[in-house]
Design a protein around this ligand. Structure first.
Ligand code: NAP
Length: 245
């Protein structure tokens, strides 16, 4: 049997990097998208190849149609793409909406919503033509909490991810394409320092049922399961992996 070929956006660091490594261990070849950190992308690609998988790292912005097309064109050189993990995402700095700049709002929506849609659209076209596949979108527990005082714009963008996951799962079911999402809680990655709150994984999880932040590998496992044959009857699901949040 041929190996699955999976595109992972934002595969250079954090949840995306852990997902690339996990998928390689499960027999996937990986096309790793990233936007800026070439060193991190190469390090993750090295780990993927060390697991015996093929890996190509492609620099590009998921909010750019041309870059998304190039990402998938490069992936097609490995063979028919069977999986997509729409993981690339940004929050912008922590802020109340009243103080948020329009540039921040636009960027969050461009990357988290438009970027996700552009990747889903290309995957839908390619997978329908090649007989099916599976898409996993990385949402957030924020979508159902709203995140007041922190980033309601980000929470709203992830609610859009949940809705497009549901709609696409129904639209693409007849094409043999499953579409699901994972909604992480607070996970230990660089995203918190980037939003100006490096201690947030500890401070924001103390009162949760599991009283700790999650590890990127704990999200990667859920993503890998949703891509796997074990999830063959699962579509339209938003799997919350949030330590009880
Ligand atoms: P992270 O550590 O900040 O890593 C972000 C990744 O996305 C990096 O690989 C980055 O590439 C890439 N990226 C960012 N903007 C991009 C763009 N426009 N085009 C292509 N790639 C882009 O983030 P993370 O915490 O792993 O988050 C991954 C996903 O999980 C996001 O969708 C996030 O919203 C979601 N999530 C995270 C948490 C959490 O607590 N960490 C909770 C819920 C949901 P470079 O390395 O090149 O910068």
């Amino acid at each position: 049997m041929s190996r699955p070929i999976t595109v992972v956006t934002g595969g250079s660091r954090g949840i995306g990097a852990a997902t690339c490594v996990r998928l390689a261990a499960e027999g996937h070849d990986v096309v790793l998208g990233y936007v800026r950190d070439a060193g991190a992308a190469e390090e993750t690609a090295r780990q993927v190849r060390a697991a015996g998988a093929r890996c190509v790292a492609v620099r590009g912005d998921t909010a750019s149609e041309a870059d998304v097309e190039r990402l998938f064109d490069t992936a097609a050189e490995l063979g028919a793409v069977t999986g997509l993990v729409n993981n690339a995402g940004v929050t912008g700095p922590i802020t109340r909406l009243a103080d948020a700049g329009t540039d921040v709002l636009r960027r969050v929506l461009d990357v988290n919503v438009l970027g996700c849609l552009l990747c889903c659209r290309r995957a839908a076209r390619d997978m329908a033509a090649s007989g099916g596949g599976a898409i996993v979108n990385v949402s957030s527990a924020a979508a159902t909490i709203g995140s007041p005082g922190t980033y309601v714009h980000y929470a709203a963008s992830k609610a859009a991810v949940d809705t497009l996951t549901l709609g696409l799962s129904k639209e693409l079911g007849p094409d043999g394409i499953r579409v699901n999402a994972v909604a992480p809680g607070i996970i230990k990655t660089d995203i918190h320092a980037a939003m100006g709150a490096p201690d947030r994984p500890v401070t924001a999880t103390a009162g949760l049922p599991m009283a700790r932040p999650g590890e990127a590998e704990e999200i990667a496992g859920a993503i890998a399961w949703l891509l796997s044959p074990d999830a063959s009857y699962t579509t339209g699901a938003v799997l919350r992996v949030a330590g009880g949040m």
